[in-house]
Design a protein around this ligand. Structure first.
Ligand SMILES: [Zn+2]
Length: 148
């Protein structure tokens, strides 16, 4: 239970990603606006999350290489209620599992929808980048062809 010392509602800081040595290349590439994922030199597959060996062929020859940043919505959930005040202004917002054209899936947020517009599974999306500060950038997604 938190105790408010003033009646004012300050804008809360959104939760930041926990960046480890293992995931730093992902976040660094997002900040550079050229999203990179682990890429197996043995079989050519991209995969995520990062690992010391390829989940497809167990090769340890892994490099980080740029992906196209396009894919489709594999799954989504629309948040209508506020669970974190940092996201209050975004309501309703859409958390998606994106499936990149290269295969890997991860969670992100769908942005840029018109008011009342609902995401659909398999809709084509493309990455956009949202800076949280000077060093941390979130890879978000919007519908392909969406004006912004
Ligand atoms: Zn492999």
């Amino acid at each position: 239970m938190s105790i408010e010392t003033t009646g004012e509602r300050s804008a809360p800081r959104p939760p930041y990603p926990v960046i480890t040595d293992e995931t730093a290349p992902f976040w660094d590439s997002a900040h550079a606006r050229a999203l990179q994922l682990p890429h197996c030199r043995g079989c050519g597959e991209f995969f995520f999350p990062p690992a010391e060996f390829c989940r497809f062929c167990w090769s340890e020859e892994i490099s980080w290489d740029q992906v196209a940043g396009t894919g489709k919505i594999f799954s989504f959930v629309t948040f209508q209620r506020m669970y974190n005040r940092a996201f209050e202004e975004l309501l309703p917002y859409h958390v998606i599992v994106v499936e990149l054209d290269e295969g890997p899936r991860f969670m992100s947020r769908l942005t840029g929808l018109a008011e009342g517009e609902i995401p659909t599974v398999d809709a084509a999306v493309e990455v956009v980048y949202e800076d949280l500060d000077e060093t941390t950038t979130l890879p978000l997604f919007r519908l392909q062809g969406a004006a912004r």
